[in-house]
Design a protein around this ligand. Structure first.
Ligand SMILES: Cc1cc2nc3c(=O)[nH]c(=O)nc-3n(C[C@H](O)[C@H](O)[C@H](O)COP(=O)(O)OP(=O)(O)OC[C@H]3O[C@@H](n4cnc5c(N)ncnc54)[C@H](O)[C@@H]3O)c2cc1C
Length: 466
C-alpha cells in the first residue's frame, strides 16, 4: 500500500486547492467513495502537477465531472480531481461553427455561450448538468436516427497523461489516441480541452402523442424515421406508450399552457407519494402506472422552443437505472420479451421504459460502434431508506439485452463481464493498447475499470508477449 499523503505534504501552491478525505457521491447517491486527496485545479498546469505528484507517490487518479454517472465509474480512494473550474470557452470559429472549450465546462454553460455566438449542439441527452468531458468519456447520447452520440461532435482533444505530458489528438493527429479518447471512460488521463462541432442555433418543435405500444412495435422502422429526433416511452403493465417527435423549425416559440396541478402537482408530487406507498404495497404499481398515463401522459403535448430546452427533460427523482444498446432492428423483439418476462414473473416495475435511437459511429468504445442503435433504458424509483427490489428485473433485462448482443451504457452500473465486452467491441484491444501506452502503471484505473475493462488489458498484453 502506498504511503498516505497529507495536505501539508503538498507544495504550497497545491494546498489551497486540495481537501483531505473528501466524500464524493454521485448524483443519485447510489455510489460514493472517500478520496485521500480531492483537488479542484484552476489551470492545466496544476493538473500536470497533481498528476506528477500522483506518479511520485504511486496514487490512483480519477477525474469527476458533475458526478452524474449512475455507477462507480468516477470513484477512487486515491486522488480525485474535479475540473469544474476549468470551464472557459477558449475560441469560437463562427465560420466553421466550432468551439474550443476547457473540458470542465457544463453543458448548461456551453449552451449559453453557444447561443451568444448563434450556435447550438445538434443533439443532447435528457439533461445538461454534465461536464463536456464526462459526456464524452461515456458516449452520452440523445436520440435521432441520423445523429450519433455526443462524442461524435468532438473534433480534437487535449489530455494530460500519466507522465504529466500534454497530448493533443484529432482525426489526423495521433488518430489512435483520438479514437480511444472520444469514449475514454476516464481511463487515459485528464482531459483538459476539447473542440466541438456545433451548428447554427435552431429551435425544435416537439409533439408528444399517446399510442398503443404493439402498434408502434409493428411499425418500428417508420417510427424511428418519423422525425429527426424520436423517443418512445413505454408504460410496463400496460400496452400504452408515448412517442415524442422533434424537428427543426423556424416557427416562433410556443408553449401550450399546461396545468401546474396536472404537470407538477400530479405528475411529480402525487406520483412520488404513490411510489412511496407502493413500497409497502407493490401490487399497486400497475394501477399507479395506468392512472399516471391516463391523467398526465395521454394528452397530446406540443412545444416550440430553443433546441436545448426541448431536448432536455425533468428526470423527476433519484432512480435506479440500467440502459443497454442493441441493433435497432432487434429492439421490438427485445421489448416483447421484456414485457413477457414482467408479466409471467408477476414483477411490479416502474415506468417508463425509455427507448431512443442513435446513428452508428466509428468510436472504438462507443456502444453505437458500427451499428444503428436502439438504447433501451429501464428505471426503478429509488426512495431514500428502504430500497425497492429491482435486481430480478435487472437480471432479466440484462439477459435479454445480452442475448441480442447488447452493449451497456458505460456510465450506468451493469453486470456485463470483461469477456463479453471484449467480444462485443471489435476495437476493444486497440483501446487497451492505447490505454497501456498512455498509462502503463495504471494510474487512472479504478474498481469499475478493473471489473469491466482493464485487467483484460494486462492479460491480453501478457498473452501477446508470450
Ligand atoms: C438524471 C440523469 C440523466 C441522464 N441522461 C442521460 C442521457 O440522456 N443520455 C445518456 O447517454 N446519458 C445520460 N446520463 C448519464 C450521463 O450523461 C453520464 O453519466 C455522464 O458521464 C455524466 O457526466 P459527468 O460530467 O457527471 O461525469 P462523471 O459522472 O463525473 O464522470 C463520468 C466519467 O467521465 C470521466 N471524466 C470526467 N471528466 C473527465 C476529464 N476531464 N478527464 C478524463 N475523464 C473525465 C470520469 O472519470 C468518469 O469516468 C444521465 C445521468 C443522469 C443522472
Amino acid at each position: 500500500m502506498s504511503q498516505r499523503i497529507g495536505k501539508n505534504q503538498l507544495p504550497a501552491r497545491l494546498q489551497d486547492i486540495a481537501e483531505e478525505d473528501h466524500v464524493f457521491q454521485n448524483w443519485a447517491k447510489t455510489f460514493s467513495c472517500t478520496s485521500e486527496l480531492y483537488f479542484t485545479p484552476i489551470s492545466e498546469q496544476q493538473v500536470i502537477e497533481i498528476v506528477l505528484l500522483a506518479k511520485k507517490y504511486k496514487k490512483n487518479v480519477k477525474v469527476c465531472g458533475s458526478g452524474h454517472s449512475p455507477s462507480d465509474l468516477a470513484c477512487t480512494k486515491g486522488f480525485l480531481i474535479n475540473i469544474d473550474k476549468l470551464d472557459t470557452v477558449l475560441t469560437v470559429d463562427d465560420k466553421k461553427h466550432t468551439m474550443t472549450v476547457e473540458a470542465g465546462i457544463s453543458l448548461h454553460k456551453l449552451h449559453v455561450v453557444l447561443r451568444e455566438n448563434g450556435l447550438s449542439l445538434s443533439n443532447l441527452g435528457s439533461i445538461s448538468d454534465q461536464s463536456i468531458a464526462g459526456v464524452m468519456a461515456t458516449a452520452t447520447h440523445g436520440t435521432g436516427a441520423h445523429y450519433g452520440c455526443l462524442s461524435t461532435l468532438i473534433l480534437d482533444i487535449t489530455l494530460v497523461t500519466a507522465d504529466g505530458q500534454v497530448v493533443y489528438c484529432s482525426s489526423s493527429v495521433q488518430p489512435d489516441i483520438f479514437n480511444a479518447a472520444r469514449c475514454n471512460l476516464g481511463a487515459l488521463g485528464v482531459v483538459t480541452k476539447v473542440t466541438l462541432q456545433a451548428e447554427p442555433d435552431f429551435r425544435l418543435e416537439a409533439i408528444q402523442r399517446p399510442y398503443k405500444f404493439p402498434d408502434v412495435l409493428a411499425d418500428w422502422t417508420n417510427v424511428i424515421h418519423s422525425a429527426e429526433h424520436v423517443r418512445v416511452w413505454w408504460y410496463p403493465h400496460t400496452d400504452d406508450c408515448v412517442v415524442w417527435r422533434a424537428n427543426r423549425t423556424t416557427k416562433p416559440k410556443e408553449h401550450k399552457p399546461t396545468s401546474w396541478l396536472i404537470e407538477r402537482g400530479f405528475g411529480v408530487h402525487v406520483y412520488e407519494a404513490m411510489l412511496n406507498t407502493s413500497r409497502y404495497q407493490p401490487a399497486l404499481i400497475p394501477a399507479i402506472t395506468k392512472l399516471m398515463f391516463k391523467t398526465v401522459h395521454s394528452r397530446e403535448q406540443h412545444v416550440v422552443d430553443d433546441s436545448n430546452k426541448v431536448f432536455n427533460f425533468d428526470c423527476l427523482f433519484p432512480q435506479y437505472v440500467n440502459e443497454w444498446a442493441i441493433d435497432w432492428n432487434d429492439a421490438p423483439e427485445a421489448l416483447r420479451q421484456l414485457d413477457i418476462f414482467i408479466t409471467q414473473n408477476d414483477l411490479k416495475v416502474h415506468f417508463p421504459v425509455e427507448i431512443r435511437f442513435v446513428d452508428e459511429d466509428d468510436i472504438w468504445l462507443s456502444p453505437a460502434y458500427g451499428r444503428k442503435t436502439c438504447y433501451i433504458g429501464v428505471i426503478m424509483y429509488r426512495p431514500y431508506g428502504n430500497p425497492v427490489p429491482y435486481k430480478k428485473y435487472w437480471k432479466a433485462y440484462e439477459d435479454i439485452m445480452r442475448s441480442f448482443g447488447g452493449r451497456p451504457h458505460w456510465a450506468k452500473a451493469h453486470g456485463q463481464s470483461r469477456k463479453d465486452l471484449e467480444a462485443s467491441y471489435p476495437k476493444f484491444h486497440d483501446f487497451l493498447k492505447v490505454r497501456d501506452q498512455l498509462d502503463p502503471e495504471e494510474m487512472f484505473v479504478n474498481d469499475y475499470l478493473k471489473r469491466h475493462v482493464v485487467s483484460s488489458a494486462t492479460r491480453q498484453l501478457e498473452g501477446a508477449k508470450l
